[in-house]
Design a protein around this ligand. Structure first.
Ligand code: SF4
Ligand code: SF4
Length: 349
């Protein structure tokens, strides 16, 4: 069985307890943080297990390479403390089952782009950025065979992830990829953070989507014309699992002449879209989510953003219409990159 590598000794030697003292949602000082993280690691109950909003950020705040968020999720499941009402957990668990027969597997022996559970967004994969690239998971009836399953962190179901993920990895690997470019950065976080943390072997090389876009833009540099818009970026919760790739946001903006506005809620201080928070269906969840979204969007407006760039389709779905109502255009990063090389994405026409 796969076991989370969490080293309580690191917490004993930790000088910051940043995992919990930096939490944007729970008000915790160092003394409380030190006490509670040790309790959780020892398998005891803690208020953190009940109050966590599953924003993933403590995974990034821990600079000691421990895994405080994965630990919280494991202990919520072990102690039967559901972060979401139980019927909703069951419904979500049933949703991501790899079923409807086997996907057709073609051997590629080259790089592949994995759309995972976002087959319906295949329309984004057009133009010179993606020329010659093989896309897998294009059939939405079979997309759950390619779905990393990490969403179940929001539902305290590490057991479901561990049960299904090796089969998903095997399906992807049967395509014989040299590199797997992950359309969704939750997949990238799965293969580069979660899998090593619990000891699941990943036999292929995962590539972050923004790293791929940056690479392709560099190859197409001659075609770039500065886009000139003032842009904000909506950082998704899953990017907390790959903070070492976050610099590609600024790198891409610089390369294509997008003007990145100065905001309060950026980088480590970013606010998530609050979709998962609203989905917790607790007393006050909806109000809390609306307040967070308001703070986030007001911050973009104050900074003068004309366009909000998205990484994650779930964030786009949650915030897109709220942003449009404030005259801030929601847009995927890949579409912005396509504009920069003179192509017209569908939604821009
Ligand atoms: S999980 Fe990380 S940040 Fe938190 S107390 Fe332990 S070592 Fe420190
Ligand atoms: S996941 Fe977010 S809300 Fe939960 S303890 Fe970590 S930082 Fe706080």
């Amino acid at each position: 069985m796969y076991t989370l590598k969490f080293d309580i000794e690191k917490c004993h030697n930790c000088q910051t307890q940043a995992c919990l003292t930096r939490c944007q949602h729970l008000d915790i000082d160092r003394e409380v943080a030190q006490r509670e993280i040790r309790k959780i690691a020892r398998g005891e109950d803690s208020f953190i297990l009940h109050d966590c909003l599953t924003c993933y950020a403590c995974e990034e705040y821990c600079t000691m390479g421990n895994h405080p968020f994965y630990l919280i999720v494991e202990q919520q499941e072990a102690l039967n403390i559901p972060p979401v009402p139980r019927p909703l957990i069951q419904r979500a668990v049933n949703l991501g089952v790899p079923f409807r027969g086997e996907p057709e597997i073609g051997e590629v022996h080259g790089p592949v782009l994995n759309m995972a559970a976002f087959s319906d967004l295949i329309g984004l994969i057009q133009g010179r950025l993606f020329e010659g690239l093989t896309v897998i998971s294009t059939d939405d009836r079979k997309m759950f065979h390619y779905f990393c399953q990490l969403m179940y962190l929001h539902y305290a179901r590490s057991s479901v992830i561990k049960e299904r993920l090796p089969g998903v990895i095997n399906t992807i690997n049967r395509h014989k990829p040299t590199e797997v470019i992950c359309f969704h950065d939750e997949c990238y976080g799965t293969y580069t953070s979660y899998c090593p943390a619990v000891g699941i072997d990943v036999p292929f090389t995962p590539i972050h989507f923004f790293e791929f876009l940056h690479r392709r833009l560099t190859e197409l540099k001659e075609a770039i014309r500065p886009v000139g818009f003032k842009v904000a970026y909506q950082r998704p919760c899953s990017s907390r699992l790959s903070p070492d790739k976050h610099h590609f946001v600024r790198d891409i903006f610089e390369l294509i002449g997008a003007r990145y506005v100065e905001r309060e809620y950026v980088d480590e201080n970013a606010l998530c879209c609050a979709g998962a928070i609203q989905g917790q269906r607790r007393e006050g969840s909806r109000k809390r989510a609306i307040e967070m979204q308001r703070k986030n969007i007001n911050d973009m407006k104050k900074a003068g953003a004309e366009v909000c760039i998205f990484n994650c389709p779930a964030c786009f779905q949650t915030l897109g219409s709220l942003l449009s109502a404030e005259d801030i255009k929601p847009m995927y990063m890949s579409d912005l990159c396509r504009l920069a090389i003179g192509e017209k994405p569908m939604e821009w026409r």
